[in-house]
Design a protein around this ligand. Structure first.
Ligand code: GRF
Length: 193
């Protein structure tokens, strides 16, 4: 299955997916990296892995509709069937949602529906919950809403800081995301855009 990864940051989940493909545990090919920032480290990773990149600056477009139309064209050009958000810090709009219905997933560093948004790890610590985790879910028009596909819990230690907890969360993400994508793609086999 031809997939595209959307990312805005460091791209450790992009890397985990690439590594899973190389090791043979994930049967997919990453045809495109879509990135909305010019300074994101994921761009370096993608160059190293020879993944084609579509990098854009949302500020240069009049609206979300305009840039998503362009993204859609690039996705079609690369025959992308499935979109994986991996630290993409932007809401997906109607254009992409309509063209890729049930074909966009996201990973989030909490047990949704607790702690949606950009600061999930910090908020879990501040709330004093003793268990948090990772969620993989289908993307809809909301922020970190949409049907849940997979979750994994982890215990918060009294000594955890935002940094140590983020590291534990990432470790789970890097295993859970490739595994979940593989399961989903197996189920969806034969479906074309
Ligand atoms: C991950 O924690 C993911 O759950 C969240 O953004 C972070 C991306 O990290 N949506 P990275 O760029 O893959 O390292």
């Amino acid at each position: 299955t031809k997939i595209a990864i959307f990312a805005s940051g460091s791209g450790s989940n992009y890397q985990a997916i690439m590594d899973a493909i190389k090791s043979g545990s994930l049967e997919a090919s990453v045809e495109l990296l879509v990135c909305d920032r010019e300074d994101a480290f994921v761009l370096e990773r993608a160059k190293r892995e020879h993944t084609p990149i579509f990098q854009f600056d949302p500020k240069r477009y009049d609206s979300k509709f305009d840039y998503e139309k362009e993204i859609t064209n690039v996705l079609y050009k690369h025959q992308v069937e499935f979109i994986v958000l991996a630290g993409y810090m932007r809401l997906i709009g109607d254009t992409l949602l309509q063209k890729f219905t049930n074909r966009i997933i996201n990973i989030h560093p909490s047990l949704l529906p607790s702690f949606p948004g950009k600061h999930a790890v910090r908020q879990a610590l501040q709330a004093g919950v003793k268990v948090t985790g990772v969620t993989v879910h289908f993307v809809d028009e909301g922020m970190d809403t949409g049907p849940i596909i997979a979750q994994e819990a982890l215990k918060i230690d009294i000594l955890d800081t935002e940094q140590t907890l983020a590291e534990k969360v990432h470790k789970i993400e890097h295993r859970l995301y490739p595994e979940t994508i593989q399961l989903l793609l197996q189920k969806n086999e034969g479906v074309t855009p």
